[in-house]
Design a protein around this ligand. Structure first.
Ligand code: ADP
Ligand code: MG
Length: 247
C-alpha cells in the first residue's frame, strides 16, 4: 500500500455557507496500480486529489502514507506525488521553451543546467515526443502534446504516485486513447501508481485496475474494474454505465 485515506471529510466555508466536498471517504492506493476515480463534476474528485497531495488538509480523518520513503521530510514526500491537471496552459509558462518547462523541477532541485536539459530530452522520449519539441513553445504544440509535456515534467521527479486530474477531458477521443495507452506503458516501464481522475466511465475498461465511484463527496462504490463494471452494486454506478456507450 502506498497510502490510505482514513475516514476523510473536507468542508469548505464558514458557519453560514458550508460545502462538504468530501464525506467520510476511506480508500487505499496500492503499489503499481492504476486507480480510477470517477464522478460527475462537483463530486469532490479534485478536492480528494488536493488532500492527497497536501494542498488541502482534511477537516476530519487522516491521509496516511505507507511507502518506503514515508519517514522522509514533507518536501521529499511532496516530490514523490505529482499532479497533472486538465488545462496544461494554466501550468505552463507560455514564454518558456518546452525544455525549460520539462527541466524546471530538476533545476529547482539544483540539477546542473546542461544535465537538466539533457534529461528533458530523455523525458520527452519517454512520453513518445520528438526531441525537436524541446526548442518550441507551448503555443506551437497540440493539446495532446502539451499533456505529454506535462506528464514528462511530472516524471522528472520519479514520482511514486502520479495523479492525473481530468487530463484528457479537453482532448478528442483518439488523442485521449493515445494518452491512456501512454500511461499504461509508463506504468509497465517503471514502478509507479497512477490515480486517474475522470468523469468519463467509458475510458476505464482495459485501463484501470481498480476504481471508485464518487457522488456528492462520498464513495458510493469501489472495487476491481471488471467486477464493478460487470456487476455494479449501486444504482448510481448502474445509471452511469447506462449513460455511456460501455455495456
Ligand atoms: N477551495 C474551495 N472552496 C470552496 N468550495 C470548494 C473549494 N474547492 C472545491 N469546492 C467545492 O467542493 C465541491 C467539490 O468540488 P471538486 O472537488 O472540484 O469536484 P470535481 O473535481 O469532482 O468536479 C464543489 O461543490 C466545489 O464547489
Ligand atoms: Mg475536478
Amino acid at each position: 500500500m502506498i497510502l490510505d485515506l482514513q475516514r476523510v471529510t473536507k468542508r469548505f466555508g464558514d458557519r453560514d455557507r458550508i460545502v462538504t466536498a468530501i464525506r467520510d471517504v476511506s480508500l487505499s492506493l496500492l503499489e503499481d496500480e492504476i486507480f480510477a476515480l470517477i464522478g460527475e463534476s462537483g463530486s469532490g474528485k479534485s478536492t480528494l486529489a488536493e488532500l492527497i497531495v497536501g494542498l488541502q488538509k482534511p477537516t476530519e480523518g487522516r491521509v496516511v502514507w505507507h511507502w518506503d520513503g514515508s519517514g522522509q521530510a514533507a518536501a521529499d514526500r511532496r516530490r514523490q506525488v505529482q499532479l497533472v491537471f486538465q488545462n496544461p496552459d494554466r501550468s505552463m509558462n507560455p514564454y518558456w521553451k518546452v525544455k525549460e518547462i520539462v527541466a524546471e523541477p530538476l533545476l529547482l532541485q539544483r540539477v546542473e543546467r546542461s544535465e537538466a536539459f539533457r534529461l528533458a530530452g530523455e523525458l520527452l522520449e519517454r512520453v513518445r515526443l520528438p526531441r525537436e519539441l524541446l526548442e518550441r513553445r507551448p503555443s506551437e504544440c497540440s493539446g495532446g502534446q502539451k499533456q505529454r509535456i506535462a506528464i514528462a515534467r511530472a516524471l522528472s521527479m520519479s514520482p511514486a504516485l502520479l495523479i492525473a486530474d481530468e487530463i484528457t477531458s479537453a482532448l478528442d477521443p483518439t488523442t485521449e486513447r493515445d494518452i491512456l495507452n501512454l500511461l499504461l506503458a509508463l506504468k509497465r516501464e517503471q514502478s509507479m501508481s497512477i490515480l486517474y481522475i475522470t468523469h468519463r466511465l467509458e475510458t476505464i475498461p482495459g485501463f484501470a485496475d481498480r476504481l471508485a465511484v464518487m457522488k456528492d463527496g462520498a464513495v458510493v462504490e469501489e472495487g476491481y474494474t471488471e467486477s464493478v463494471l460487470g456487476a455494479p452494486n449501486s444504482d448510481y454506478t448502474r445509471a452511469l454505465l447506462d449513460a455511456c456507450s460501455y455495456s
